[in-house]
Design a protein around this ligand. Structure first.
Ligand code: ZN
Length: 170
């Protein structure tokens, strides 16, 4: 396909229409300025590369799937349910990536409950447990129907982690 392309003299702003990208610098017929015409194909290739990179990043974020099925079962059996609402990364003081896990602990019952310790579990791509980290939510008692939000920074590197879940300590 032979698309016509435009190039503009950056000195006098005269526009030229070209059949193809010249291999050598061009000279403006009006002012004599010389410049090299950039290939639009190369620019498109760069944009395609950026789009592909964005898609890759989206896939990486998607791969950090939150395990929800386990919690749905707990709703019927247990008054307290923890769920992850957001997973972000931060760079720590050593320059390593760390996951920041945000979530909510719900009291689905009509009674006051003591808040249990929560366990953040990291899995690899074969669902093998890589790491478990226990911490206390910011409230010790949960009123009937109350929620408490928690944020926990994992102290393990993010390298092989593909899934993150949260459990209540049994
Ligand atoms: Zn010119």
């Amino acid at each position: 396909m032979n698309r016509r392309m435009k190039t503009v003299c950056d000195f006098c702003k005269t526009e030229y229409s070209l059949d193809a990208v010249p291999k050598t610098p061009v000279k403006c017929a009006v002012c004599g300025n010389v410049w090299t015409v950039q290939s639009p194909v190369r620019r498109n290739t760069f944009l395609t590369f950026v789009a592909a990179l964005c898609a890759l990043l989206a896939a990486a974020v998607f791969a950090i799937a939150v395990i929800a099925e386990h919690q749905i079962k707990q709703v019927q059996e247990k008054p307290l349910v923890a769920e992850i609402t957001e997973i972000n990364t931060v760079v720590d003081e050593k320059g390593e990536n760390r996951f920041v896990v945000s979530g909510v602990l719900h009291n689905r019952s009509g009674q006051i409950y003591g808040a249990p310790s929560l366990v953040i579990v990291s899995y690899d791509d074969e669902d093998m447990v890589l790491d478990k980290q226990k911490f206390l939510p910011p409230a010790t008692l949960l009123d009937a129907g109350a929620n408490v939000e928690f944020v926990h920074v994992l102290s393990v590197p993010t390298d092989n982690v593909k899934k993150i879940g949260v459990d209540l300590e049994k």
